[in-house]
Design a binder for this molecule. Structure first.
Ligand code: PEP
Ligand code: MG
Length: 321
């Protein structure tokens, strides 16, 4: 049975009632694509592009970027691939992007803010992505479905800035990461101007609890089970449903199988995670219907803190079973 299970094709992510929940991979380099496909990733929910920039003393050329993006897209013919434009800030200073010292880099010129201050870098990245997309459209395997999103979007104005710029370059599907509480609270307005939202639970937790995610002394606050974080995610889920637009999750939270059920109950339409987490999340989702997931999410939302939310969700799963 073990050998059969290993050779059987991996099923697509779904709930017990058949509701599809595409399970996607977070990738930091195109080289990770083969392993993600082998583990059943149905596409890429977050392709971090920092690797192209972080070890460089000058910005990578359009040509260098295009080669990498093409390699990624070719690994996922017919599949969704969500690429995030550069997410850098004063915590990892890039000589060609930011030179200012900041006391609080997480609250500074990072993500889309930094790209706007060096707009030529953003324009080059969009050019390379559009060129890679065009090149793979001519390939025999067929093209991937390229979506592009911006990190650290905090306002509606930033949303319209990014999505209209991306469209200028021929990017068909342009969205935003929701990882700052302001954009979660305004998700109904943000999603009026974006094709999709992807929730970055790592930063959303850091900014909601006001606790630096890299600082050990406040690590206890970095828990996406916190009901304050869950309520913000519900706002985004509700807005996605109202607008008929996808809401993905691409933070670490999606890799926690029970929390993945809660996230779907809150309105997430896809989950993206480290490929090694896909199997457990896939197996757990299959145990609950959408009604179950909503009831489990309600139980977590009503708790006072992260530990209580986790306990309440677990109890709700036992009640349902
Ligand atoms: C997040 O913040 O949850 C996220 C996915 O982005 P990163 O971890 O790269 O900041
Ligand atoms: Mg983030």
């Amino acid at each position: 049975a073990r050998a059969n299970a290993a050779s059987a094709p991996i099923t697509a992510g779904a709930l017990a009632d058949g509701t599809p929940v595409p399970l996607l991979a977070n990738l930091g380099k195109p080289e990770g694509a083969a392993e993600a496909v082998a583990l059943g990733a149905e596409g890429v929910g977050l392709f971090r592009t920092e690797f192209l920039f972080l070890s460089a003393s000058s910005a990578p050329t359009v040509e260098q970027q295009r080669t990498s993006y093409e390699q990624l897209l070719r690994a996922f013919p017919g599949k969704k691939v969500v690429v995030r434009v550069l997410d850098a800030g004063a915590d990892k200073p890039l000589p060609f992007l930011n030179d200012a010292h900041e006391e609080n880099p997480a609250l500074g010129l990072r993500g889309l803010r930094a790209l706007r201050a060096s707009e030529d870098i953003l324009r080059e990245q969009l050019t390379a992505l559009a060129e890679a997309d065009a090149a793979t459209r001519r390939s025999p395997e067929g093209p991937a479905d390229l979506w592009v999103m911006a990190p650290m979007v905090a306002t509606v104005e930033e949303t319209t800035y990014f999505t209209s710029l991306a469209k200028e370059y021929g990017i068909r599907t342009a969205g935003v990461m929701v990882e700052v509480p302001s954009s979660a609270l305004l998700a109904d307005r943000v999603l009026a101007h974006a094709d999709f939202a992807s929730i970055g639970t790592n930063d959303l937790t850091q900014y909601t609890l006001a606790a630096d995610r890299l600082l050990g002394s406040v690590a206890g606050f970095q828990d996406p089970w916190h009901p304050a974080v869950l309520r913000l995610i519900r706002e985004v889920g509700d807005a996605g449903r109202a607008h008929g637009k996808p809401v993905g999750i691409c933070g670490e939270a999606a890799a926690d199988p029970l929390l993945a059920v809660v996230l779907v109950g809150l309105g997430a339409t896809s989950l993206s995670m480290a490929p090694s987490a896909l199997a457990d999340v896939r197996a757990t989702l299959l145990q609950y219907t959408l009604d179950d997931a909503r009831a489990i999410a309600e139980a977590a939302l009503a708790a006072d803190d992260a530990a209580a939310a986790r306990d309440a969700a677990l109890l709700a799963t036992e009640r349902g079973a």
